[in-house]
Design a protein around this ligand. Structure first.
Ligand code: N01
Length: 511
């Protein structure tokens, strides 16, 4: 019997009859996620993929965040791919330029460069159910792909606060993730809005140069000593000669960090000891009781991201700094007015107000079966199965999808778990002649019920507001457990949770 199917049977990696290029896999983004997937594909001998990058260089958030003092708050040895350890980290917490250089080096080392399309921002990705492929649009033109992997990352779209009058500010205004290096801050009256992980890193760097710095703090963060130190030349030479030693150090750091999950997820009461440490840190660094009071958090440590800094509090004690805790009422062309009516003249405003995490903009350009927008599917909160696949969106993989974020250790570990899952799925598809995989709605629902049940009682739902929670107060961001538990669940692709469609025979094939 001959099976007639009306679909494009163009071989992968080639232009279709209509001149549209087709690839097996399209990856969005060149941060740790997108590059990690590209490297893993290459290592498996799969070369039929493209990586779509909106900018003109790789690196994702580590390319975009160039503010003074930008560095990782996860120890260097843990913040790299397990298959590409870097013996050359110069500090125990790597500065941004080193991480960015590491990612660029990975591109060269694994030959990813030819696969990357620069200036190729994802404008639209629509699942074509007839052709069983993704139709993708970027400024570089159309493209189709069997599989789409979104590695655009949760920390890629800066969030600008909705403060009345901000648009009409006539001085210089920028977000910390879009630092204006061309704007000289020397002697300027600078306002910084926000006291999150970004602000606490750049405030100590700009404080000595600016004329006056006003720090607008809505909620004080919990801050622990950072204890960053250089890694000696001898130590680095040892890691180069004996990678096993570095791997051992990495393992020890990993174990120590996992213990942190105990307090955050299972026994928030354990965090009381850490809170004591943080309070001592504040007391040791800030003598002025009024300032200390402003900086003391009144919610449970860990509810928001725990920050590490040795130089933030001291910077706030300098004579040219004022910490303002009154809410901002409005911004005027040359000033900021707080709720108590005080008007402060400023030349520059730096908003360090975080990112669109729970309302990922990329979700507004991905359409699944029936044209359903991912953003609409997630109207009541983002959810996915294993943070990786979404019902109604065949052959779509999310990297760092819902409930895969962490408050205690390296995201690279979670990313590598997801990569293993995706690769196992691709292998299964090739082996079994499967053309599409789509998670079953009931598997996704059961999984998300479990996530939300496990999140109850965690420190993240202990009463503070944070970017971990969506507009409905639901934590759609963090993984509620140990990272090795997530790895165990993603080690193998589980076809039973999916609807699988067999590959259609090409037109005219004998059956
Ligand atoms: O952003 P944030 P971030 N008016 O969302 C305040 C990662 N990261 O860029 O707490 C006034 O943490 C907001 O106040 P509140 C890391 O995962 C990693 O600093 O909401 N203030 C808060 O103080 C991190 O968590 C590294 O009350 C407003 C701040 O802005 C994530 O990126 C380094 C406001 C936002 O803090 C984001 O960090 C840097 C408003 N309307 C960043 N809106 C590493 O080292 C918000 N705020 C790996």
């Amino acid at each position: 019997m001959s099976i007639q199917v009306e679909r494009d049977t163009t071989t992968t990696g080639a232009a279709t009859g209509a001149g549209v290029e087709h690839v097996r896999i399209a990856i969005v983004g060149t941060g740790f996620s997108g590059l990690g997937l590209a490297i893993r594909l290459k290592q498996r001998g799969i070369a039929d993929f493209v990586v779509l990058e909106r900018a003109s260089d790789v690196g994702g958030t580590w390319r975009d965040n160039t503010y003074p003092g930008c560095a990782c708050d996860v120890p260097s040895h843990l913040y790299s791919f397990s298959f590409a350890l870097n013996p050359d980290w110069t500090r125990t917490f790597s500065p941004q330029p080193e991480i960015w250089a590491y990612l660029r080096d990975c591109v060269d080392r694994y030959g990813i460069g030819p696969h990357i399309r620069y200036g190729a921002e994802l404008l639209d990705a629509t699942w074509d159910d007839g052709a069983r492929r993704w139709r993708i649009t970027t400024p570089q033109g159309p493209l189709t792909a069997d599989v789409l992997a979104l590695g655009n990352g949760p920390l890629s779209e800066p969030s600008i606060p909705a403060i009345p009058g901000l648009d009409g500010f006539e001085g210089t205004l920028f977000h910390s993730a879009r630092w204006r290096h061309d704007h000289d801050l020397a002697g300027k009256r600078v306002a910084v809005i926000g006291t999150g992980a970004s602000a606490i890193q750049f405030v100590p760097r700009i404080q000595p140069a600016v004329g006056h710095l006003t720090l607008f703090q809505r909620t004080p963060p919990w801050i622990l000593p950072r204890l960053d130190r250089p890694i000696s030349d001898r130590r680095r030479a040892l890691y180069r000669r004996l990678p096993a030693v570095q791997r051992l150090v990495r393992g020890l750091i990993y174990t120590q960090r996992e213990i942190g999950a105990l307090g955050l997820v299972y026994r928030p009461a354990m965090l009381a000891r850490v809170e004591k440490l943080a309070r001592k840190h504040l007391e040791a660094q800030v003598a002025d009781p009024d300032l200390r009071k402003k900086l003391a958090p009144s919610y449970r440590l860990g509810c928001k991201r725990i920050l590490l800094a040795d130089d933030f509090y001291p910077a706030l004690t300098r004579p040219n700094v004022e910490v303002v805790t009154d809410r901002i009422r409005e911004v005027r062309p040359h000033s900021i007015v707080t709720e108590d009516g005080t008007e402060r003249a400023v030349d520059t405003i730096i908003v360090a107000t975080g990112f669109h995490v729970t309302d990922m903009p990329a979700a507004r350009c991905v359409r699944g079966r029936g044209g359903q927008l991912l953003a609409d599917t997630w109207r009541d909160g983002a959810q996915a199965y294993l943070g990786a696949t979404v019902a109604g969106f065949p052959n779509l993989f999310l990297l760092i999808g819902p409930n895969t974020g962490l408050g205690h250790t390296s995201m690279v570990y979670m990313i590598e778990s997801q990569l293993a899952y995706i690769l196992d799925c691709l292998q299964m598809m090739a082996r079994r002649g499967v053309e599409t995989v789509e998670v079953r709605p009931e598997a996704q629902a059961t999984y998300n019920d479990e996530m939300q049940r496990r999140l109850r009682g965690t420190v993240w739902l202990s009463g503070c507001a944070s970017w971990y929670l969506d507009a409905h107060g639901r934590n759609s961001t963090l993984w509620p457990g140990f990272t090795f538990a997530y790895r165990r669940r993603t080690r193998r692709f589980d076809p039973a949770s999916y609807a699988l469609t067999p590959r259609m025979a090409p037109v005219g094939a004998a059956g």
